[in-house]
Design a protein around this ligand. Structure first.
Ligand code: ME8
Length: 516
């Protein structure tokens, strides 16, 4: 197995409000990828954080009547807390208002300005801007209603006219197309890739990258009155997190270029067009891959404050528990497609897969071992065809899950594991170890061994998805921490016969549907 380092990031969220379940979803999915890579034995660096500049922040603070910094501090704190509440294994949390980030952003700006084509030049921007998207739009992309114009996201745009610096994005059209051509996996899922390729083929306009009408941003080096367009600094977070501009430091050398940026589908253009162009301009390597996940709705409806259906992820964790929430999103939503949240779906999914399937198998086999084998891992006798079949199925499920995780298809990976666990429950029921107790105790011991070893082999990959619960299962099987790797999961029959097991305790409680 490879020990190649792996660098993975989430988008950094705007702290103009409290985090919602869309943010939680992205964190959970990226964490699953990071944890899986660690289970593979890779050295992983996982970065998340907050994107604190831009007009949206200024306007929200003004509405609340508080200084922007106070708004940023309050909500950045909430995002950090969310990462902890979801048991994220991030190695760092970056805030774009930090000094290190100002330094990195000014450094990349200077590199782009000093590039051989002089990629940054001064001119006047005249055009449309959407504050909610923090994005410029071409007239042709807008819709008009009652004399107002709207961006594709539905946000109203405003006319902007000001002297700004521009980035020579138009010079990167062919280079970007070559990049996509040479790296078929650069943008996932595939449909997103096609969209971006046609967007770039249709021609790229130079991009306005500074603003002069407000000052909440990173000052443009050597240009008084200009702050950077928020996306220039936001994207730079991915290298600030590795210690840029010091390209010789350990983190940067080890982890750049990033293996994977996980983002939502609304910000693909920024990550697959602007960001690689900035990096090429600054003479830096381009990231390997961008995966765009879908959007979450609630009970089939778009989340919105006016509909009153915004779900607080803290409340969700409080009600159902961290691993139930994590598992629901990882299994229920096809990663890359839109998904829907409802309390009912969460309860059904978690009860079916965790309580009644994995939890049931663990509880039944472990309590039989506790009662009938003196609380010690029983001896493995001769294997029957039924034993061999379930062992092979578990091996196959790990291979399928690995293949899925190589493409970030977390729902397929969890599906493969749950599928094998269903078969293991059927195996256990068909073997009737409780009946063998009197008639054939040697055979009973083998069935219990095979079942407990199956729990071990499936709990290891589940560490990526439900880390706390899976670790508790492995504790109950006395699996040493050093043997909680995918390599160890692939190897069947490695539970240590005779090792003493603690009294089994249920790990997955059945959830009740909330009354409200
Ligand atoms: O876009 N469902 O920040 P953000 C799923 N600061 N994902 C969602 C979602 C939903 N309903 N709503 C938002 C920004 N997201 C920028 C990113 S990166 C250099 C800068 C996702 O707070 C969204 O797609 O609006 C994005 O990936 C992330 O949450 C942060 O969104």
């Amino acid at each position: 197995m490879t020990s190649k380092p792996f660098y993975v990031t989430t988008a950094i969220s705007y702290p103009n409000g409290a985090p919602h379940i869309g943010h939680a979803y992205e964190m959970i999915a990226t964490d699953a990828v990071a944890r899986w890579k660690r289970l593979e034995g890779r050295e992983v660096y996982f970065l998340t954080g907050t994107d604190e500049h831009g007009i949206k922040m200024v306007q929200t603070a003004a509405k609340e009547g508080i200084p922007v910094r106070e708004l940023a501090d309050r909500n950045a704190g909430a995002f950090k807390k969310l990462a902890a509440a979801l048991n994220l294994s991030n190695d760092d949390f970056i805030r774009t208002t930090e000094h290190r980030h100002h330094e990195a952003s000014q450094a990349i700006w200077k590199k782009m300005a000093d590039s051989s084509n002089g990629d940054i030049f001064q001119s006047t921007y005249k055009g449309w801007y959407s504050v909610r998207d923090e994005a410029y739009f071409d007239e042709s992309e807008l819709t008009e209603k009652d004399g107002k114009r709207f961006a594709p996201s539905g946000a109203e745009v405003e006319w902007v006219e000001e002297p700004t610096y521009f980035f020579r994005l138009s010079a990167y059209q062919q280079k970007l197309l070559d990049l996509y051509e040479a790296n078929p996996d650069f943008i996932a899922p595939k449909e997103r890739r096609n969209e971006i390729i046609s967007f770039v083929k249709s021609g790229l306009q130079d991009l306005s990258i500074s603003r002069t009408t407000f000052d909440w941003g990173i000052p443009v080096p050597g240009a008084e009155g200009h702050v950077m367009y928020v996306w220039v600094d936001a994207l730079t977070n991915y290298i600030t997190g590795l210690g840029y501009p010091d390209e010789d430091n350990e983190l940067f050398k080890k982890f750049w270029p990033a293996d994977l940026h996980v983002i939502g589908k609304d910000i693909i253009r920024f990550h697959t067009v602007y960001w690689p162009a900035f990096l090429m301009s600054a003479g830096l390597d381009v990231q390997h891959r961008v995966f765009a996940h879908g959007f979450l709705t609630v009970d089939g409806q778009k989340m919105s404050k006016s509909l009153g259906n915004v779900i607080d992820p803290f409340a969700l964790v409080e009600t159902f528990g961290q691993d139930a929430v994590r598992y629901f999103f990882l299994r229920e939503v096809s990663f890359g497609s839109d998904g829907d949240y409802s309390h009912e779906k969460l309860v059904n999914r978690v009860n079916a897969d965790l309580a009644n399937n994995l939890g049931n198998l663990a509880q039944r086999s472990l309590s039989m071992i506790n009662k009938n084998c003196g609380g010690r891992v029983p001896e493995l006798g001769e294997l029957t065809d039924a034993d061999k079949a379930i062992i092979a199925e578990v091996t196959e499920a790990i291979a399928v899950a690995q293949k899925a995780m190589d493409q970030q298809l977390v729902h397929e990976a969890t599906g493969a594991i749950i599928g094998a666990l269903s078969s293991a429950n059927n195996y256990f029921a068909a073997q009737e170890p409780w009946a063998l107790k009197k008639t054939d105790p040697v055979r009973m011991a083998t069935v219990l061994y095979v079942t407990a070893d199956t729990v071990r082999r499936m709990a290891i990959p589940m560490l990526a998805f439900v880390p706390a619960s899976a670790a508790r299962l492995l504790d109950q099987l006395d699996v040493p921490v050093g043997e909680r790797t995918l390599d160890a999961a692939v190897k069947a029959n490695s539970l240590l016969t005779n090792s003493e097991l603690p009294a089994p305790q249920g790990v997955f409680a059945r959830l009740e549907k909330p009354t409200e």
